[in-house]
Design a protein around this ligand. Structure first.
Ligand code: ADP
Length: 446
């Protein structure tokens, strides 16, 4: 096992990783920007290094400074968390060249999955069902119309290097195609420096269901069931649950096994998520994330497996501590992403937390880096914590969630807590009856 791990991240995920390291007796190094000098991950780490000014580009994305921090502290591995450098193949390569372990998959696997066209080809080859669409990149309108004629309208034009839902355009007929293609390409070029786009069948009322996987890098691999992340706003997940209210046991096992086999076939190492849209009983691959996800705790709650602990084991070469048969399902879990934002306008609300009281009790977990008196800096994303609740059944989980939301107090800033208090009492949410458009329709009608 490692002696010392540097955590190249901030906020709740830096704390999450730090906790797993501490339990394994691994020393921790926090890195931080000048804006985060008072952050909890800095306070709890064994050592900390300031790596630059507030802008992420100059600090959390500054490979040179992070490497220097590693050198100074003698850390033997880096955990990138999510976001920032977590899916940067170049960073993984640079660490390898410096004999520092990147806690994540190989640079090659990051690169393949970072290019959605390559990712889709790879998924298809490995037996994963994909959304019908173009075989590769599409550059002109005539070609786009030909693909659309085969798969039928509406179609979605998507950026190969896309992320966060950017560079996506729907075309409803031949008349729309040229303009949608042009707009998607220029948006993609501006956002990602790569204007390659491809075409997919647009699914009108799908759910977003993703499978957690873990590979040992030697051909061994397991799945840890699914998460339903259909509740989204602007393609950003808001509420996640495990298991999905839409699947039965046979469907769950079938798609889980397909994903486990695929990562065995790849020789994948570490944690990953295979994301699907699910409509009319069919799964359609959209992408694979080669990192730990924000919503990983719901999987931990229903399997009682510590995913960060497993990542550390795999990266250090000691392999996974669990086999597929050990991954038993127990109960139901829901996560609410608490953002420092106005609950109906979603305008960010940085500032000082005057009073903070997180909920507790059986089945309640709060993953957060904030505390009373903490000032949320305006430079980063607005996630301030995650409330994760477990129950023996979905009904018990919802009852507990309502109680925990009532207890949760964050004063001094606006948060999205009131939105969740509304959602937990909504009939569709109680019935598990929602797709990826449900939340936006609900907010528009409010
Ligand atoms: P990104 O990496 O930008 O997040 P994804 O491919 O993961 O892109 O898609 C993000 C979201 O966009 C999905 O969760 C879904 O809401 C929507 N989406 C993607 N592909 C399709 C599709 N073929 N049909 C309908 N909606 C889609």
């Amino acid at each position: 096992m490692f002696n010392k791990v540097l955590i190249a991240n901030r906020g709740e995920i830096a704390l999450r990783i730090l906790r797993a390291c501490k339990e394994l007796g691994i020393e921790t190094v926090a890195v931080h920007s000048t804006a985060d000098a008072d952050a909890m991950h800095v306070r709890l780490a064994d050592e900390s290094v300031c790596i630059g000014p507030p802008a992420a580009r100059a600090s959390y994305l500054n490979i040179h400074e992070i490497l220097a921090a590693c050198e100074i502290t003698g850390a033997d591995a880096i955990h990138p968390g999510y976001g920032f450098l977590s899916e940067n193949a170049k960073f993984a390569e640079i660490l390898e060249a410096h004999d520092i372990t990147f806690i994540g998959p190989s640079a090659e696997h990051i690169r393949i999955m970072g290019d959605k066209i390559e990712a889709k080809k790879t998924a298809k080859r490995l037996g994963i069902p994909v959304v019908p669409g173009s075989e590769g990149a599409v550059t002109d309108a005539a070609e786009a119309k030909k693909v659309a004629a085969e798969i039928g309208y509406p179609v979605l034009i998507k950026a190969a290097s896309g992320g966060g839902g950017r560079g996506m355009k729907v075309a409803n007929s031949d008349a729309d195609v040229a303009e949608a293609l042009h707009t998607a390409r220029s948006e993609a070029g501006a956002a990602f420096g790569d204007d390659a786009v491809y075409i997919e069948k647009y699914l009108s009322t799908p759910r977003h269901i993703e499978i957690q996987v873990m590979g040992d890098g030697k051909g061994g691999g397991i799945h840890l069931w699914e998460r339903d992340c259909s509740l989204q706003r602007r393609h950003q997940k808001v509420w996640e649950e495990a298991v999905s209210p839409a699947l039965n046991e046979a469907q769950r096992k079938k798609i889980g096994n397909i994903c486990a086999k695929a990562i065995q076939g790849m020789g994948y190492s570490g944690a990953g998520t295979v994301e699907f849209l699910y409509e009319d009983g069919e799964f359609y691959f959209i992408e694979m994330n080669t990192r730990l996800q924000v919503e990983h705790p719901v999987t931990e709650m229903i399997t009682r497996i510590d995913l960060v602990n497993e990542q550390l084991h795999v990266a250090s070469g000691s392999g996974m501590s669990v086999k597929q048969k050990d991954v038993q399902l127990s109960g139901h879990a829901i996560e609410c992403r608490i953002n420092a934002e106005h609950p109906s306008t979603f305008v960010p609300s940085p500032g000082t937390i005057q009073y903070y009281h997180p909920p507790g009790g059986l089945g309640v977990r709060v993953d957060s880096g904030v505390y009373q008196g903490y000032s949320i800096p305006p430079h980063y994303d607005s996630l301030i914590g995650k409330l994760i609740v477990h129950g023996r059944t979905r009904v018990e989980c919802l009852m507990r969630l309502r109680r925990a939301l009532d207890e949760f107090v964050v004063d001094g800033i606006e948060t999205t807590l009131p939105l969740f208090r509304d959602l937990v009492s909504n009939q569709d949410m109680q019935d598990g009856n929602y797709d990826i458009h449900w939340l936006e329709n609900y907010l528009a009608d409010k």
